[in-house]
Design a protein around this ligand. Structure first.
Ligand code: MOS
Length: 750
């Protein structure tokens, strides 16, 4: 379908422009409400008591003192909890990995530190929190197994297959033999620490019991359809009995893809007490579920004297919980990024006594691309080639893994435009050769890659007689700007001003859409909104053409131009009619449409779809203090059409900041004697603060893609991928120290 979204085609066009967030005013004035802020008459408050051991069983639990506190309504434990679904299968949400999901308060078994062992429900939050401190639990503890390095061999197993996750491909060629023969070789072990998402908004669920016995549930989730599915399965409810909403999210990063235990506990208590209940988790309790598992990886690269890659081996091991095989795509990128005929990749899991890890912004790619892009920098040094030259030498226009060309790949433009903006040509290649006063200066670069995906998604649109349009679906805007881009798409499809459009998201009463994740929301919900608005356009057009003496008489729909609230004949703007006039004259109150968009099967048969990037980093290192400052980043992105240059840039800025965190700061530290993450607060788990961030420059290179009618590829994740490698490579260039173990903290520099 020919796109009508020609960027900057005129003042009446919004797609492609830097439109400010339509939800911005609500967010900055406090009108936007989050899951833990919705209230209800007679609302009770739950506070979670967390396990202090990581593995073993509860031998006794004493709730008497807590129950005696005035204002406490009930203390729910595994001993007195109401009956719920017994089968673990019922707890499998839309994106659950294979295994048996965690069931809170199910029995006396403890499988991770911080596991909820009781919920104290009281008239107010402070009473619940105080009473929770009075619950005493006795355990029979077993030694926790949380040390990935203490386990090896048989403990490493390929995961059970997870839908939507490609296992490593079959080897191509003979990587071992080719590596053995290669004149230039690079080998190393690369690591990335455990990281926690830490969105600003903590996890919370408010379950409101309505007068008719149905429930309205406000949940921190990246797609309310998942909340509803989970609640109906676990509590044996019908979808019409549970309306789920989350109009706003204070960040997700993947932590809100799956329903978490506070949702289960809030519904459990609401059913038990027949009262509305809210359960909010504290910041430290955010370390008791989902996180990015550390990855232990080895890479071997072999090349000829000219830098042509002869062999790639990439093996990775990640931790998962004892009860689910969470997994991600870590090593496959190494077989897609470069042209190489001998590739062998492997991926294994090791079961640990931790909560199940989960998707965290660009899951798998953050770890895997850090490793391969660091190894490529080592190869550049070994061959004496410039890092960009080495990458161009091994550039591929086709995905050798699938044997298909890329639908589009403007990575070469990322290299050239990024290098130009950064001033890369002025780099002196020798490590420790650049200085600024007492600081060593390092310039490094890396590539990034992320799969461009689309999911089946529906959307609805309603045009009313006053010329106002309401659109929406059930997906969540996790802060990415979804409200805004969907509004822009609707505005351009129907030629309406943005102010006449209301976009609604995050409500199971709206058309169904998947969780917001994987950078697929623009392609999925965007295309669905465009289709629904096209259907409305056809309906108005039909009405307009049927008017007596219609200026559109004998005109085909293809020649209709929707602009400034009017329908014009292409090439003959003197023939036109106002949309409101059409609705009024024909006595039409409203026009409605719901449409579903699905991935283009023909495209997928022929092409592979990825976003790409080139990241350039400047670091300044004070060797006496071991301090690293990332003084400049240029991130050049090839992600197809950019719907909104402002929100798109914000996504890349956020991704880069998170990449800086992963390179230099973020690390959840396990005490293996206790099996517990010890730095479970934002004082000891450092995420980049303003003082850590200097100049970040974002470039979007031209790229035309046809995977979907919008030509978009997704932007939420590509900004973080490769950023840590670029920084690590810059640190090497500055100091001569190759640090393959993230984060690069002071102790590793000194
Ligand atoms: Mo993203 S990790 O798919 O929310």
């Amino acid at each position: 379908m020919a796109t009508q979204f020609s960027t900057g085609a005129g003042e009446d066009r919004f797609v492609g422009r830097a439109v400010s967030r339509v939800d911005g005013p609500a967010k900055v004035t406090g009108l936007a409400k989050y899951a833990g802020e919705f209230s209800a008459e007679n609302l009770a408050h739950g506070y979670v008591v967390s396990s202090s051991i990581a593995r073993g069983r509860i031998t006794s639990i004493d709730t008497a003192a807590a129950e005696a506190v005035p204002g406490v309504l009930k203390v729910i434990t595994h001993k007195n909890r109401p009956s719920v679904a017994g089968q673990s299968k019922a707890y499998q949400d839309m994106v659950a990995p294979p295994g048996s999901p965690f069931r809170a308060l199910y029995d006396e078994t403890i499988v991770f530190s911080g596991q909820p062992v009781a919920l104290v429900v009281a008239e107010d939050f402070d009473t619940a929190r105080h009473a929770a401190s009075l619950v005493t639990v006795a355990y029979e503890a077993e030694p926790p197994r949380t040390d990935i390095d203490a386990l090896s061999g048989d403990a490493y197993k390929p995961p059970m297959e997870r839908e939507g996750i490609k296992p490593p491909p079959e080897p191509r060629g003979d990587a071992e033999a080719a590596f053995g023969k290669a004149p230039i070789r690079v080998e190393g072990q690369y690591r990335l620490a455990d990281e926690h998402h830490n969105p600003m908004e903590p996890h919370a669920s408010t379950v409101v019991v309505e007068d008719d016995g149905t429930y309205t549930v406000y949940d921190k989730i990246q797609g309310v359809a998942n909340t509803q599915l989970y609640l109906t399965n676990v509590f044996g409810l019908k979808p019409e009995q549970v309306r789920c909403l989350n109009p706003y999210l204070g960040g997700g990063f993947g932590s809100g893809l799956r329903p978490q235990y506070q949702l289960f506990l809030a519904m459990l208590a609401a059913q038990d007490l027949k009262r509305s209940v809210r359960v909010t988790l504290t910041r430290d309790q955010m370390w008791s579920f989902t996180f990015r598992s550390q990855a232990v990886q080895t890479i071997s690269l072999g090349a000829d004297e000219n830098g042509g890659l002869q062999a790639i081996r990439h093996d990775a091991v990640q931790g998962t919980s004892t009860y689910e095989d969470y997994q991600e795509v870590v090593v496959n990128w190494s077989g897609v990024l470069y042209k190489c005929d001998n590739v062998k990749l492997s991926y294994k899991l090791v079961k640990l006594d931790t909560p199940t890890p989960g998707d965290m912004r660009a899951p798998g790619a953050v770890s895997g691309v850090f490793a391969i892009e660091t190894a490529m920098d080592e190869m550049a040094c070994a061959t004496g080639l410039d890092p960009i030259e080495l990458r161009l030498k091994n550039y591929t226009e086709a995905d050798q893994t699938e044997g298909k060309p890329f639908g589009s790949k403007a990575l070469k433009s990322c290299f050239s435009e990024g290098a130009e903006r950064f001033g890369w040509s002025k780099r002196s290649p020798e490590p420790r050769s650049m200085r600024d006063g007492k600081e060593l200066v390092g310039w490094g670069m890396a590539s990034g890659i992320w799969e461009s995906m689309m999911m089946k998604s529906s959307a609805q649109a309603t045009l009313t007689a006053d010329g106002r349009l309401e659109i929406g679906n059930s997906t969540g805007d996790i802060g990415t700007g979804t409200y805004t881009i969907l509004t822009q798409i609707a505005a351009d499809t129907l030629g309406l001003p943005i102010e006449h459009i209301t976009t609604k998201l995050g409500d199971t009463e709206l058309a169904q859409a998947p969780v917001a994740g994987g950078s697929w929301t623009a392609a999925s919900s965007g295309t669905a909104v465009m289709k629904a608005c096209r259907t409305i356009a056809e309906q108005v057009f039909k009405l307009a053409r049927g008017l007596p003496d219609s200026p559109l008489a004998n005109v085909d729909f293809e020649r209709a131009v929707f602009t400034n609230g009017r329908i014009e004949v292409a090439g003959d703007p003197s023939r036109s009619v106002g949309i409101v006039d059409v609705l009024k004259t024909t006595g039409t109150d409203k026009l409605e449409a719901t449409e579903t968009a699905s991935p283009d099967k023909d495209f997928k048969k022929q092409f592979e779809a990825y976003t790409h990037s080139a990241i350039f980093a400047e670091v300044k290192v004070d060797e006496e203090l071991g301090r690293i400052r990332v003084t400049r980043i240029v991130s050049a992105i090839a992600a197809g059409k950019i719907l909104n240059t402002k929100t798109a840039r914000s996504q890349i800025l956020g991704g880069v900041v998170m990449g800086i965190g992963s390179a230099l700061h973020e690390e959840s530290m396990l005490d293996h004697r206790l099996g517990r993450f010890m730095n479970h607060n934002l004082g000891e788990y450092h995420v980049p603060a303003h003082a850590d961030i200097y100049d970040i420059d974002v470039i979007f290179v031209d790229e035309e893609d046809m995977a979907n009618p919008l030509g978009v590829k997704g932007l939420g994740e590509i900004g973080i991928v490769g950023t840590a490698a670029a920084i690590g490579n810059a640190v090497y260039h500055a100091t001569g120290k190759r640090i393959r173990n993230l984060p690069i903290t002071v102790d590793k520099i000194l």
